[in-house]
Design a protein around this ligand. Structure first.
Ligand SMILES: N[C@@H](CCC(=O)N[C@@H](CS)C(=O)NCC(=O)O)C(=O)O
Length: 201
């Protein structure tokens, strides 16, 4: 499998999962610049010029959550995901989708309007609004982690990879403080995992 990756972006989720599962992959890493992302040859596999992208045999896929679900189905052998049709599976799917559909957009907006867009196109009001929603997301996570090691309980799962990356965004964007002790302890647990260390190296 080929994984197209830029440091610290959502492609971290894909590398982290592959490392946890011990699935070999070829890394195609490049700098997160518009020149690289909007090259015609990259746009042919990623229509909006975004990472991650994987190529697995004939299959090319973009969208990190879908890639995570595909890798679990094909290479997981039941690891890192509860069995389909169980209540735990329902909570797993909730966090997998919450991570990208609801929790991550404020961080994307902050990134776009502080780093990605040309300075003349950045709108401070968008950053302020997104920051407010990011704080609300941190509150959701802090509450969900009360009295539990991981999002589904005592066992680490791929829900912690999808949400874990978003929680790292909370840290990197300065949303967290001592007022989020459960989340800070969770981050320490995640950062102790060799697979995440490899994905961030
Ligand atoms: N929902 C997509 C979002 C992908 C995405 O926005 N990736 C960012 C990096 S974290 C990107 O490549 N941005 C480049 C751009 O927007 O031009 C996913 O989860 O894969």
């Amino acid at each position: 499998m080929k994984v197209y990756h830029c440091a610290q972006t959502r492609s971290v989720r894909v590398l982290w999962l592959l490392e946890e599962l011990g699935v070999p992959y070829d890394l195609v890493q490049f700098d997160f610049t518009p020149e690289n992302l909007k090259k015609p040859e990259f746009l042919r596999i990623s229509p909006l010029g975004k990472v991650p992208v994987i190529q697995d045999g004939e299959l090319t896929m973009f969208e990190s959550g879908a890639i995570v679900e595909y890798i679990l189905e094909k290479y997981g052998n039941g690891r890192l995901a509860p069995a389909p049709g169980t209540p735990a599976r329902g909570r797993f799917l909730q966090w997998i989708h919450f991570a990208e559909a609801t929790a991550s957009p404020p961080f994307s907006e902050m990134a776009q309007h502080t780093m990605v867009k040309p300075e003349a196109e950045r709108i401070p009001a968008v950053v302020a609004d997104a920051h407010g929603r990011a704080v609300a997301m941190a509150g959701v996570v802090e509450h969900a982690l009360a009295g539990t090691q991981y999002l589904l309980g005592a066992e680490f799962s791929a829900a912690d990879i999808m949400m874990g990356y978003t929680v790292l965004l909370m840290k990197w964007f300065g949303v967290l403080s001592d007022a989020y002790p459960n989340t800070l302890a969770y981050i320490a647990r995640l950062e102790a995992r060799p697979a995440l260390q490899k994905a961030l190296s």
